[in-house]
Write a protein that binds this ligand. Structure first.
Ligand code: ZN
Length: 282
């Protein structure tokens, strides 16, 4: 009896998922990140304003990405890795001035721990001179993360480099036996010199060298959706340059704080680094 009931429940869930999946694919031409209501996840919420004009949507007082559907708008919201579980809300202001609130529930998620040994000790316990550099880079990165350009993003992401996943997003990190910030992106192991491609079309926001991330490229995809490519050996693009999805922007390297050659890839949404795996097919 219990078994029959749970089977019935499963088919109801499967049916509902089909409807949700259908609504999303039918209402838009874009591929979407998976709706994942957990710290470090992405919430995709449908908004149907009384007029079809683009509404203004904010989450924790920051504007969020909106993509046009047929009858609706889809708000694509980045949930921070240190977000509290429980009810969260977005604030919607329609072009008519009408305001409303939409709620969603963030569920708990356990991330694993990763132990790494870094040979360059100054990258784990930086000296005073390095600390000054880290602090000024922190301020600059905060500004970059807050970028919110007007155009709606495209969401048909590709993996930026071919290679094995060597460090998932969210891993709790112990470097040389010391606790450090959790992993903010996805690591893809690849030999030095392999081409790194833009995950989606966008504008190059910043190119340079950072203490921990080494040579990096930030790409702005629109509406607060950004991607970052780190530890590069070569950078082929300049700030302000338009790049197309799949265009080669640099080469895999081992600059910054690394154990070996790999690409570290971060995806930001409304200022929060979220799990890049949600944007690309398994
Ligand atoms: Zn990484």
């Amino acid at each position: 009896m219990t078994k029959t009931l749970s089977l019935l429940n499963q088919s109801i869930v499967a049916f509902l998922l089909t409807i949700i999946g259908f609504t999303i694919t039918a209402s838009t031409a874009y591929a979407f990140p998976s709706n994942s209501l957990r710290p470090g996840g992405v919430a995709v919420l449908s908004i149907t304003p009384s007029q079809n004009a683009k509404p203004f949507v904010s989450y924790n007082s920051k504007p969020v990405a909106l993509v046009k559907g047929q009858q609706n708008w889809l708000a694509v919201i980045g949930i921070s890795l240190d977000a509290k579980t429980g009810q969260h809300e977005i604030n919607i202001t329609e072009s008519s001035g009408k305001k409303s609130v939409q709620k969603f529930t963030v569920k708990p998620h356990k991330y694993k721990t990763q132990y790494l040994t870094i040979k360059n000790k100054n990258k784990v316990n930086p000296n005073n001179k390095s600390m000054k550099r880290i602090e000024s880079e922190f301020v600059m990165k905060k500004k970059l993360k807050a970028t919110f350009s007007n155009s709606s993003p495209k969401l048909n992401f590709i993996r930026p480099v071919a290679g094995r996943d060597s460090g998932r997003y969210g891993l709790r990190r112990i470097l040389n036996k010391q606790k450090r910030n959790p992993h903010s992106g996805m690591d893809i192991a690849a030999p030095e010199g392999r081409s790194v491609k833009a995950a989606e079309s966008g504008t190059v926001l910043w190119v340079g060298n950072l203490f921990f991330s080494g040579n990096v490229i930030y790409v702005d995809h629109g509406n607060g959706l950004l991607s970052l490519y780190a530890h590069l050996s070569k950078m082929n693009v300049k700030k302000g340059q338009q790049v197309k999805r799949g265009e080669i922007i640099g080469k895999v390297g081992k600059t910054g704080r690394v154990t070996g050659a790999h690409l570290h890839w971060t995806v930001y949404l409304n200022g929060n680094a979220v799990d890049p795996a949600l944007f690309v097919a398994k």
